[in-house]
Design a protein around this ligand. Structure first.
Ligand code: AMP
Ligand code: GLY
Length: 440
């Protein structure tokens, strides 16, 4: 018997619950520890840690990893990656050995955490992306906008919890966006510099690949739904649902994305001695001139991860260890031929001001349906009652032979769950056709 693998999972959302569930299925797992055990779903699968999980005291988490003989650290969210957790936790506190971390170094994570840096890298590598200018002075930004006639997208360069992108519909709105980000500092230091981008037209898709900086392992195609309400109306959210596989990309477009975008990005990083280890998430616009990058993220999408991990049939520990272990070219990965659909249940007031503390009923009934997994996000146990504790409360995820069947099952399960003010789109994965491509 090989030695069991002890793992530490960082993060507390439904994405991390889905990762925890996949890791817990591995026969190789020794003990799974997690920082996010305030999430009842993660708590049911993992042992809580007894040290603080914060950047200022990261050495304590590092010592914890040594004491518990952690072999693999999996980092879900972008903030700890931007704060250098992957760099630090990859080393033993006394420097005696290294451990495997799934997630890029702080330098590589700049692809997401510094949109200006990312834009410059794309420019240097001739990667197709929206034309852009970077500003650190709001007056200069205003002056630039005043000379232009076309529409723009205004982005805080730093991490802003998914809220730092404004898509204005007039010059006035563009100027107001600059003011909000740079003068009123709506996103704090994330708005010290901004990127003013050409507004691209087309269909939006995303692509996920696991990589060690050289080898690319494309993940199954999936699609999220970002707007709050049906028919893509209402405010932008982190994602109200997703399905996998998606019919959004044909083989030829996917190959073009690999050869014109993913490979040159990794090559450029490697040339600069910044190997990218983990999952690379590329948001793209399919423009008439071909696919162009809207953004890079250095983590799994949420809720896309819930649909991807639900379809993973091979060993999650093998897959998540492979980039850091340098075994990605040899890892055995297989996906279920089933499709998966995730429907997010959000709290009243999400995304602006979600109401917290509403009692949630029906989760055990939903969970009991074959093929259904309810992943927890903004939900917690309060004196034995399950209550809402965040904007996106639950990710109801179903697996079935086809997308329409998985969709029906996910909605049947979601209908069993109630809480006051529950928000849910009714059109997740509706009209999704069979994928028009043969891979994954
Ligand atoms: P992000 O927070 O970076 O995911 O951006 C939020 C949304 O803004 C994206 O999902 C796109 O719909 C939109 N967006 C971002 N950049 C552009 C662009 N250059 N052109 C058109 N839409 C964009
Ligand atoms: N679902 C979009 C994201 O995770 O950013």
């Amino acid at each position: 018997m090989p030695t069991p693998v002890n793992a530490l999972l960082i993060g507390s959302g439904a994405r991390e619950h889905a990762l925890a569930e996949a890791i817990a299925r591995s026969p190789k797992l020794g003990t799974l520890y997690a920082t996010g055990t305030s999430n009842p779903g993660i708590a049911a699968l993992a042992t809580p840690i007894d040290v603080p999980a914060e950047t200022k005291q990261l050495y304590r988490l590092q010592q914890f990893c040594d004491a518990k003989k952690i072999d693999l650290v999996v980092i879900g969210p972008e903030q700890p990656l931007a704060d250098g957790w992957a760099d630090k936790l990859a080393q033993a506190a006394d420097g005696s050995h290294r451990r495997l971390v799934f997630g890029p170094s702080a330098q590589a994570a700049q692809l997401e955490s510094d949109k200006g840096w990312s834009k410059k890298l794309m420019r240097a590598a001739s990667i197709p992306t929206a034309d852009a200018r970077i500003f650190t002075d709001p007056d200069a930004a205003d002056e630039y906008l005043n000379t232009r006639e076309e529409l723009h997208v205004i982005k805080a360069a730093g991490l802003a919890a998914g809220k730092g992108v404004i898509v204005p519909n007039s010059l006035e709105e563009s100027l107001a966006a600059v003011d909000q980000i740079m003068r009123q500092r709506a996103f704090g230091s994330a708005g010290d510099s901004i990127v003013i981008e050409e507004r691209l037209q087309g269909r939006e898709v995303s692509v996920f690949a696991i990589t060690d900086g050289a080898t690319l392992l494309m993940l199954p195609s999936c699609q999220d739904h970002k707007r709050l309400r049906d028919n893509d109306t209402g405010p932008n959210t982190g994602g109200m649902g997703a399905f996998c596989p998606a019919d959004t990309l044909d083989d030829a477009t996917l190959e073009r994305i690999e050869s014109d975008i993913l490979i040159p990005t990794l090559d450029t990083l490697r040339r600069d001695e910044i190997p990218y280890v983990g999952v690379l998430y590329v948001g793209l616009m399919l423009t008439p001139a071909g696919p162009k990058v809207i953004e890079f993220n250095c983590r799994f999408g949420d809720p896309e991860c819930q649909t991807i991990m639900t379809r993973l049939e091979s060993d999650a520990i093998d897959l998540l260890s492979a980039p850091a272990a340098g075994t990605l070219d040899a890892v055995n990965v297989s996906w279920s031929t089933d499709a998966s659909v995730c429907v997010v249940l959000a709290a009243e007031g999400y995304p602006d001001r979600p109401r917290l503390g509403d009692e949630i009923s029906g989760v055990p009934d939903a969970q009991a349906m074959p093929g259904v997994t309810v992943f927890f996000a903004g939900a917690k146990l309060d004196a034995g009652r399950l209550v809402t504790a965040g904007g996106r409360v639950l990710s109801v995820t179903a697996r079935a032979a086809t997308v329409p069947e998985a969709r029906e099952l996910a909605y049947a399960a979601a209908a069993k769950i109630e809480f006051k003010g529950k928000q849910m789109r009714t059109d997740i994965a509706s009209g999704a056709a069979a994928p028009a491509r043969t891979r994954l």
